[in-house]
Design a protein around this ligand. Structure first.
Ligand SMILES: [Zn+2]
Length: 212
């Protein structure tokens, strides 16, 4: 049974409640910045580090869990049809991030920015941090308390020896989705990442039991 079905327009955010036992399906062809809070105590929120350390790896997929800073399981990934990996190293793009586009600061990443043709004037005027902050405003979550997200559908190429990483430019095939089951009453925030102009809209479906 479908509880709610939303389109999240490119470079906007949405917050929605996913009650314990309900599943949220995130469908997209570009990055979804995904954050989770305990609905009953929003001070408890998703933590990238705990999620990685507790499971001994830097990627999550079907069968893995999202863990809070208080070390509780918030959600379980119950399906994942994307044929790439999802990022848990990066934070969120933002106004301050895009203001630096083209600055020398990015040359330390091996010229990745110029290679993929990013021009300063093409930078969006805001990003996922602002989208999530706006969407979470009704819950009085301040900007600085929005955690670094699970970046669904964002594949990074990470060198295990040197630790260098770069964006893989890999795209999900149309219809790719991840299903996450709430293990507590959750407040979920999703931003349809602008990805510097290449991002697309996302769809989020909350359901109970089986879909279809
Ligand atoms: Zn973004």
């Amino acid at each position: 049974m479908i509880v709610s079905d939303h389109v999240i327009q490119k470079n906007t955010g949405m917050a929605l409640i996913v009650k314990k036992g309900q599943i949220i399906r995130v469908i997209g062809e570009s990055t979804a910045d995904f954050v989770v809070f305990n609905r009953n105590d929003v001070r408890e929120r998703f933590d990238q580090a705990r999620t990685k350390v507790d499971q001994g790896k830097i990627y999550v997929s079907t069968g893995d869990v999202l863990i809070s800073k208080f070390n509780n399981v918030m959600m379980t990934i119950v399906a994942d049809t994307y044929d790439g990996t999802h990022d848990m190293e990066k934070g969120m793009c933002s106004t301050s991030f895009y203001e630096k586009w083209g600055d020398k600061v990015f040359e330390i990443y091996g010229g990745t920015w110029t290679k993929i043709g990013r021009r300063r004037e093409a930078a969006p005027d805001h990003g996922c941090w602002e989208n999530l902050t706006g969407a979470l405003k009704p819950w009085q979550i301040p900007m600085e308390d929005v955690p670094s997200p699970l970046n669904i559908f964002q594949t990074m190429v990470i060198d295990g020896e040197t630790g260098t990483m770069r964006y893989a430019m890999k795209r999900p095939k149309p219809g790719a989705y991840m299903d996450l089951r709430a293990e507590m009453d959750c407040l979920v925030g999703i931003s349809a990442c602008p990805e510097g102009g290449r991002g697309k809209e996302l769809r989020a479906v909350v359901y109970e039991g089986q879909l279809e």
